[in-house]
Design a protein around this ligand. Structure first.
Ligand SMILES: C[S@@+](CC[C@H](N)C(=O)[O-])C[C@H]1O[C@@H](n2cnc3c(N)ncnc32)[C@H](O)[C@@H]1O
Length: 220
C-alpha cells in the first residue's frame, strides 16, 4: 500500500471482515497451538505484540500461557489502526482479561511508544510487516530489535510468496509477500545474528501454506 493513511483507511473499512476471515481459516487456533509448544514461553515474560490488529496473537498467547500455567509479567500491544485496536479492546474486555495494555503506534516511529515499553523478552509480530514498504522492512525489524532485552527474542509470522497467497493475501489483503532469501537478508541487515525459520506444529500445520515463522534472538 502506498502510505500509512492508506493502511489505516483499509483496515478501518475491513476490520469486521478481517476478524471473520481469520476465524474461518483457523488462524488464532493455529497460533495458540504454536505457543502451546513453544520453548520461548516462561513465567515473568514481558511480551509486546507489534501490529496487534484485532488481537489474534495476544489472545492466542494469553490462552496458551493460561493452558501451560505460566504467568507473564506484561502483555503490551500496539497497532496503527484505531478501529482494529477498538475491536481488540472489546474482545479482551468482554473476556475479563485485565493485563493487556494497548496503544496506537507506527512500527516505523517507535520513539512514540509509552515510557517503559522496552526491554521485552519476547516481541511477536504477525501479518503486520507485510504492510511496511519493502525497502523499509529491515528498518522496522531493527526498530523492534531496539525494544528487546539483551536476552530477548523477536518472533515473526509473515506471509510467504506462493500460488496460494498471491491472490488470497497479496491481492485481497493488499499485502507484500516474502520468500526465505529476502527475509534472511532483512534480518541480517537489521542486526539479528541468528534468525532461524521454524515450522508450524501438528494442529497448526494448516497455516504452513500461508506463512513463514522466524525466530530471531537479539544476540547470539
Ligand atoms: C493483517 S492485520 C494483522 C493483525 C494481527 N497481527 C493478526 O495477526 O491478526 C495487519 C495489521 O498491521 C497494522 N499495521 C500496518 N502497518 C503498520 C505499522 N506501520 N505500524 C503498526 N501497525 C501496522 C494494521 O493496522 C493492521 O491492524
Amino acid at each position: 500500500m502506498a502510505s500509512t493513511s492508506d493502511v489505516i483507511q483499509f483496515f478501518t473499512a475491513q476490520h469486521g471482515v478481517y476478524d471473520r476471515f481469520i476465524q474461518f481459516v483457523g488462524y488464532e487456533r493455529g497460533l495458540r497451538k504454536f505457543f502451546e509448544q513453544s520453548c520461548l514461553l516462561r513465567s515473568g515474560l514481558r511480551v509486546l505484540d507489534a501490529g496487534c490488529g484485532t488481537g489474534a496473537v495476544t489472545i492466542a498467547l494469553h490462552d496458551a500461557l493460561g493452558r501451560r500455567g505460566i504467568a507473564p509479567a506484561a502483555l503490551d500491544a500496539f497497532d496503527l489502526t484505531p478501529a482494529m485496536l477498538h475491536r481488540f479492546h472489546d474482545k479482551f474486555e468482554s473476556r475479563g482479561i485485565q493485563m493487556i495494555t494497548t496503544t496506537q503506534a507506527d512500527v516505523l516511529q517507535l520513539e512514540k511508544l509509552p515510557h517503559g515499553w522496552n526491554d521485552y523478552d519476547l516481541i511477536v509480530s504477525a501479518s503486520m510487516l507485510e504492510y511496511i514498504p519493502r525497502e523499509r522492512l529491515a528498518e522496522a525489524l531493527a526498530a523492534l530489535r531496539g525494544r528487546l532485552a539483551d536476552s530477548g527474542c523477536l518472533l515473526v509470522f509473515i506471509t510467504k510468496r506462493n500460488w496460494f497467497t498471491r491472490p488470497l493475501v497479496g491481492w485481497w489483503w493488499r499485502s507484500n509477500l516474502y520468500d526465505k532469501t529476502e527475509l534472511m537478508a532483512a534480518f541480517k541487515q537489521a542486526g539479528f545474528p541468528q534468525a532461524e525459520f521454524r515450522a508450524f506444529p501438528a494442529g497448526a500445520s494448516h497455516l504452513a501454506t500461508w506463512g513463514h515463522i522466524i525466530e530471531a534472538p537479539k544476540n547470539s
